[in-house]
Structure formats: C-alpha cells, structure tokens
Design a protein around this ligand. Structure first.
Ligand code: FES
Length: 422
C-alpha cells in the first residue's frame, strides 16, 4: 500500500475549508477524501510499505455490506474521492461490486495497486463497473532492484499490467517510492514511464513511517544524492512538458518547511482500515493513547464529528507555543503528528523537521548518518533470492516479521525474504 499521493494531498489542500486551522477547535467540513484500505493482505513484501508494522494483529476484514454502508455514509457527508487501497485491493473478490456501488453513489474512484492480479479481464470489468483511475506502483526501472525491494518476482508482470491499463484506456499514474537505492536510476525510471505512456509519474521520496521507519538507515539518501536526482528530474521534466507530468515529492527531512500533513488532522481525509478502524491518516494506528473508533460500532458522521480520535489535533488548541507563535501554522496545520511521535516520542511535539523544533537535531543526526553512509559502497544491484537472507540489512514486510514486532517474544525478526516467495 502506498500513502496518499502528493497530487491527492494537493487536491485536498485546494478543497480544504478556508481558515480551518485558524480556530482553536473548528467545526469540521466534509471528509472529502475517503481512503478504503480493503485488506492488509498483499503478495508483495516492500521494505517501505506504509501499512502498520503490526498489521498481522489486525487481520479481520469488513464485509461487502459494511464497506457499502461506509461508502454511503461518507458520500452523504460530502466525500467525493474514493481511494481503494490495501495491502493489495485486487485480492478482494468483491472489488468490482464495491466499485460499481461507489460509482452509483457518485464517487471519483482511484485504484491504488501493485498490479498483481490485474488481468485484462479484470481491468475490463473494473472499467465497466465505473473505475476512473489506476495508480500502479513500480519499485525501480530494473528487474533486479524491483524484485529485491518487493521480495517478489513481479517486475515482468507489472510491465504487462501497465500495457493492460493503457489498452483499457485508463489514465495511468505510475508511482515509484524513491530512496538511496533507486535514486541513481531516476532518469531510467522516467524513461520507463515514458515508454509505457504514463500520463503522470509520481516520484515519491520515502517518508519514514511504517516499515520505512524500521529501514530508515538503509533507505535514506544523502543530500548530494537527492540533489543529483532532482537535477535529472528537472531536465526530463522540461523535455516531457505537455506529454507526461512528473511529480517529485521532496522528502520531509531535507525540506526546510513543515508539510501540511493530510491538509490538517481531521480536516478532509479519512482512512478506514481493513478491520473497520477509522483513522485520520494512514499511519495514526501506531499512536499510543488513542481508542480509534470502528465503523462497525459508530456511524461515519459521529466518528468524523464527535470522536476524540478525529478531534484531538484539529485546530490549534493542542499546539505548542513554538507552533502557535509561528506564522506558518495556518498553512502547515502544525505538520505531521505521526512523524512527531516517531522521532520525539510525543505526538503533541512540534514536527521535528521544523527548523524551530527543539528536536530538529534528531533529523539532522539522521541526515549526517545518511551522508556518511553515502561514502560507503552500496551493493548494486541487489538481487532477490527466494528464502535467502537479503542484502542491505532491511526488514521486509512479512506476516512473520509483523508478528515478531508486535510480540517480541514470539520470534526473531528476520532480514530475509519469505520462504517460497516469488
Ligand atoms: Fe499521520 Fe502525518 S502521517 S499525521
């Protein structure tokens, strides 16, 4: 599963209620962007997956009827965009039915997929059901690195899926999560997207949540590597103007500015996890001290308007003096609560990427470490070997590792691809 794209976040920002953050506890507008994580099941094992690392402890899934009720209630509240994500949403047998009903309700529907399971027949039936848009993820332009990072042999299949998407006439967004290993390939990734006829390429630099947080030391590029890659992007962007739009999502850690995460907590965005837990963002599940409401126990309206989970970081009442006294807070809404928690141990803290944060030194230390690591040799290409310990010292998203992270006594986390994968 990928986090909401920059384009999607920009959409949200453009439609966010004006001046929402100016009030200490504003009346919420509509949950305009609904992300339905249909399942945590996924055939891939990506080292930067944004699903919670304890996903194996939440394997229950909402029924078709539950999802349809969620869609109806959210639409009645003003939701307009529906992202169908996971895990791998194509693993749900009722995907076509969910799309058809969402279409009848009037949603704009985006499928966020690894492509595994998207056959010609399925792409056609999803189109007939009313799917608007497909976002296909790639891990790299090379088979070796793509297959290594996802710990599956999927590169060739993804190429076939890209052709299927084009043949069916869908607008195609390719998404590639960028990091130390594939930044040197950025020019080839752009050329690959161009060959495939993508209308839009999102180069999303890794944000460190979920599995990527555990793999931060291995994935984080140096500043010089980022700058070099961005220059390549700029040159291709000029060449491809009018043909393919390239979005370069700059990494938080290197930005001098705090990002307006989710366009503000509980402002426009609602995630429903596979088991029906409602979240203000895709990462919030790991925040301590929350009792996130379930759609099986509460209506979408009461979750959105009345729950502590959605109200806690709305507006400015929760902000530290550092944020309150800063001119930027009406624009950045205080930044990212999940990042604050992961880096500082407190979700209330000033976003540590902010230059005014008393914890900024923690980000600088990570950057220094990445700069030093860039001086060491990085094995390229990394190759996927089923069942074998993988290079790079990375933690793969597997059920066994998820269980071990939840209950450390249940077994060792393994820096290895799953037995028989691929
Ligand atoms: Fe949770 Fe930013 S990802 S608030």
């Amino acid at each position: 599963m990928n986090a909401p794209t920059e384009a999607q976040t920009l959409d949200m920002l453009q439609t966010a209620p004006a001046g929402a953050a100016a009030l200490s506890r504003p009346t919420p507008g509509a949950p305009m962007w609904l992300l339905a994580e249909l399942t945590y099941r996924c055939p891939l094992h990506c080292v930067f997956c944004s699903n919670p690392t304890d996903y194996a402890a939440h394997s229950a899934e909402l029924s078709t009827e539950d999802w349809l009720r969620v869609f109806r209630e959210a639409r009645a509240m003003g939701a307009v965009q529906l992202g169908l994500s996971g895990g791998e949403p194509l693993l749900r047998d009722d995907l076509e039915l969910l799309v058809a009903e969402a279409r009848k309700l009037g949603f704009y529907i985006n499928l966020i997929t690894s492509g595994i399971g998207l056959t010609e027949k399925r792409a056609a039936s999803l189109k007939e059901a009313g799917l608007d848009h497909i976002q296909l993820s790639f891990q790299d332009s090379t088979k070796e690195l793509n297959d290594f990072l996802s710990s599956t042999r999927t590169f060739d299949h993804k190429n076939k899926v890209a052709a299927i998407i084009k043949a069916q006439g869908y607008p195609m967004v390719l998404n590639c999560v960028m990091h130390r290993y594939n930044l040197p390939h950025v020019g080839r990734i752009i050329e690959m997207a161009e060959r495939m006829g993508a209308e839009f390429l999102e180069l999303a630099n890794t944000q460190y949540y979920g599995w990527a947080w555990h793999n931060r030391a291995a994935l984080m590029p140096s500043h010089a590597e980022l700058i070099a890659a961005e220059e390549v992007v700029d040159s291709h962007r000029a060449r491809l103007a009018g043909r393919m739009k390239i979005l370069w999502v700059s990494p938080d850690y290197y930005d001098a500015k705090v990002k307006p995460c989710m366009a503000g907590w509980g402002a426009v965005f609602m995630v429903i996890a596979p088991d029906g837990v409602a979240l203000p963002c895709h990462s919030a599940r790991m925040l301590p001290g929350f009792d996130f409401p379930k759609v099986t126990e509460h209506s979408i309206a009461s979750i959105w308007r009345d729950s502590d989970a959605f109200n806690r970081y709305r507006g400015t009442g929760w902000m530290s003096e550092t944020c309150l006294s800063c001119d930027e807070h009406p624009k950045d809404f205080g930044g990212c609560r999940c990042q604050a928690f992961l880096v500082t141990g407190s979700a209330e803290a000033t976003d540590p990427v902010c230059p005014k944060s008393p914890d900024r030194h923690r980000i600088d230390a990570a950057i220094t470490a990445a700069d030093q690591a860039a001086g060491l040799s990085t094995p390229q290409p990394l190759r996927f070997v089923p069942g074998a310990a993988q290079g790079g010292g990375m933690l793969f998203r597997t059920d066994a590792n998820s269980r071990a992270l939840v209950a450390p006594d249940s077994g060792e986390v393994e820096f290895a691809a799953p037995e028989g994968a691929g």
